[in-house]
Design a protein around this ligand. Structure first.
Ligand code: DGY
Length: 323
């Protein structure tokens, strides 16, 4: 039997690549650099399946082909706002993602960021590595206590719930949630969380706000200057969702003028390019999109793509079909 042809746009964990090579006629992007729209378009004419990541911008331009040999985009990651939904539908493509398997690790990074910004860990490390630490002092790098504070979570999906679990059961935080649809009372009860009706109602209540909603056009600049002004002047904003959810210009203004306590970001609008103004903000912690970056999560994500492909090529509906 002829094996379906599969193109992987970036290098994946070795164990997953080995399994893919066993099962499919596999082509890897050995250079491991993000592909241009023209290169992405070319893959659609050559392979039965293309397996992209967040760095592959399958925009309307990259999906602008008359017909495609590709029938499935098996995305390696849970977020898929880098794939133009309308164009994918027009081409009749099935699109899958990898939920669940990265929720805990992404929530771990959100909690890491929350603790880092509250306790000024980034500033402390920068000071120490620059050789500027002069020793213990009662007033040195005084941060904010985390335990018992109010955490607002925007987007109460799997990752938002994992974040709430850590915050409530680990740090005794009070959890307030905004989500587009109502959350079942028993799901809220697991973390003693309260759901509010709007983001505007949530923001003034919180000492920390953590974003766990999808990216894309709908949520672009969901956090803008008006909403930043609704936050308490000493509150902190954490983003492990997608960069475009925050208006970064507005955020730099709030940080530079001390209108909020600080922020911690794992994702950036137009990443890996970083807005130079962000670099000037001391009350900001930044990580290079490490949410799912553990051996366990990255392997599990790959095997989840394999599960989706085998369902698809066996004529079944893949469990993680999003389009
Ligand atoms: C995700 O799964 O959304 C991660 O951020 C990587 O894309």
């Amino acid at each position: 039997m002829v094996k379906p042809s599969v193109f992987v746009t970036r290098r994946w964990p070795a164990a997953v690549e080995a399994k893919l090579a066993e099962t499919y006629d596999l082509q890897l992007n050995t250079g491991d650099t993000p592909l241009s729209p023209a290169e992405l378009r070319e893959t659609l004419g050559k392979y039965d399946a293309v397996l992209p990541t967040v760095t592959d911008r399958f925009t309307a331009e990259a999906l602008d082909v008359k017909s495609a040999q590709t029938r499935i985009l098996g995305n390696y990651g849970v977020g898929y706002s880098h794939i133009c939904e309308a164009s994918a539908r027009d081409l009749g493509l099935t699109v899958t993602n990898t939920p669940d398997v990265l929720s805990e690790c992404t929530a771990d990074i959100a909690m890491t960021l929350l603790l880092m910004v509250a306790r000024r860990a980034g500033e402390g490390e920068r000071e120490l590595r620059a050789g500027n630490w002069t020793g213990w002092c009662p007033t040195h790098l005084i941060g904010t206590k985390v335990s018992g504070k109010v955490l607002g979570i925007i987007g109460y999906g799997r990752i938002g719930q994992e974040m709430a679990r850590r915050a409530h059961h680990g740090f005794g935080m009070q959890v307030v949630v905004y989500n587009r649809s109502p959350i079942a009372p028993e799901v809220l009860a697991r973390n003693n969380a309260t759901q509010v009706d709007s983001i505007d109602a949530l923001l003034p209540m919180c000492d920390f706000v953590s974003l766990h909603c999808p990216g894309g056009a709908t949520n672009r600049h969901l956090i803008n200057s008006r909403r930043l002004d609704l936050m308490k002047p000493d509150a902190f904003l954490i983003n492990t969702a997608r960069g475009e959810v925050i208006d970064e210009w507005a955020l730099t203004q709030s940080l530079m003028y001390g209108l909020i306590g600080g922020a911690a970001l794992d994702v950036f609008d137009g990443e890996p390019r970083i807005n130079p103004d962000l670099m000037q903000c001391d009350n900001l912690v930044m990580l290079p999109h490490l949410g799912s970056a553990t051996k366990e999560a990255r392997e599990a994500m790959g095997f989840r793509v394999l599960d989706n492909l085998s369902d698809f090529f066996a004529g079944r509906d893949p469990r993680d079909r999003v389009i």
